[in-house]
Design a protein around this ligand. Structure first.
Ligand SMILES: [Zn+2]
Length: 337
């Protein structure tokens, strides 16, 4: 095993192929581990005053009732040691109004990587300074090169991410977080700051569900449609209950179609994997879109009518096109070609 130098900067160069390690199954196949020396002197970080105030609101006796403290502490530890992903075992807080000379907060945790023996103790002596002292135990960081670990996303961290997901797709958020990772953290396998696309999709889905007008999505759509009935921007045109389907267009898109289709081509486009399949439903949902070229050169094409459906038959698509064209003719008269 090589000798390791300075803690902060040498991780990337210290990736060792521990050929002496043998897998736990007893196979003779050598496994590669990413190893790293632990900081040998105590480290610290400061808890933000705001975070502490929020945590204290959830104090009951000598415990926090919300798990948000694990987010705050893990985030702090990452500023001094970003390579291990920590789970926490226990914590204690100084009792409210207690005059005892005990720390304001203590907790201990362990690295989630199976082969890593790193443990951590965190102690906040005073509520005034909110300085959190960190002591690491264990031989050294030892992560299997093909293993990734991340802390579960809970409590406030979930809310924060869901706000960002209102303007970003889960996949995009995932890739952007991955790009932000330092190279040595990337090598360590710790993905605390990079939630999987699946987890992000779930967070986005539960947030959207909260904003629904009714628990049942079809009733919710019906209510949305009724709400925009007299609205100039009305978008929902038809809700089909069996099999489930939805047609969308607006006064503006009808007008755009009317202008563009006089002189230009119109495309019918179909996209899958956007809407999740229902339980027990055999065919996937597709999104059919009638698309025209943008009036301005160089701008992206514009969908003028959208049909979300799981019924992929000529009859179904003709019904969509027929409904849209009929509605257009009602508004702008017959198209001349
Ligand atoms: Zn570790």
């Amino acid at each position: 095993m090589r000798q390791f130098g300075n803690f902060s900067f040498t991780f990337f160069h210290q990736i060792s192929s521990s050929t002496s390690s043998v897998s736990s199954q007893g196979s003779a196949e050598p496994q590669q581990f990413l190893t790293h020396k632990l900081p040998n002197k105590p480290w610290f970080f400061y808890i933000k005053h705001n975070d502490w105030v929020k945590l204290k609101r959830k104090q009951e006796n000598r415990q926090f009732k919300s798990l948000n403290w694990t987010n705050v502490i893990a985030k702090g530890i990452r500023t001094v040691h970003p390579y291990c992903s920590f789970g926490f075992k226990r914590h204690t807080i100084k009792g409210l109004g207690s005059r005892k000379n005990c720390p304001a907060f203590t907790c201990s945790g362990y690295c989630l990587f199976e082969d890593c023996s790193v443990q951590v103790d965190v102690k906040v002596e005073s509520e005034y300074s909110l300085r959190a002292d960190v002591i690491f135990h264990g031989d050294m960081v030892n992560h299997r090169w093909d293993q990734l670990k991340r802390r579960p996303i809970r409590s406030h961290a979930r809310t924060k991410i869901s706000k960002k997901l209102s303007s970003k797709l889960p996949r995009q958020y995932h890739l952007e977080s991955l790009m932000k990772l330092e190279e040595d953290v990337m090598e360590s396998g710790c993905r605390d700051d990079v939630p999987t696309t699946g987890v992000l999709k779930n967070i986005a889905y539960s947030e959207r569900k909260k904003n629904r007008l009714h628990e049942n999505e079809m009733i919710s759509l019906q209510l949305m449609s009724e709400k925009e009935e007299d609205n100039e921007e009305k978008l929902i045109q038809k809700i089909i209950l069996q099999p489930k389907g939805l047609m969308l267009w607006s006064k503006k898109t009808k007008s755009l179609f009317h202008q563009r289709s006089k002189t230009d081509v119109v495309y019918l486009d179909a996209t899958g994997s956007v809407v999740k399949k229902d339980k027990g439903q055999s065919a996937p949902f597709y999104i059919y879109e009638l698309v025209v070229r943008h009036p301005l050169k160089g701008c992206s094409p514009v969908p003028v009518a959208t049909f979300v459906t799981a019924e992929h038959t000529t009859a179904s698509v003709s019904y969509f096109l027929g409904s849209f064209i009929t509605d257009c003719m009602r508004a702008h008269g017959r198209l001349e070609h």
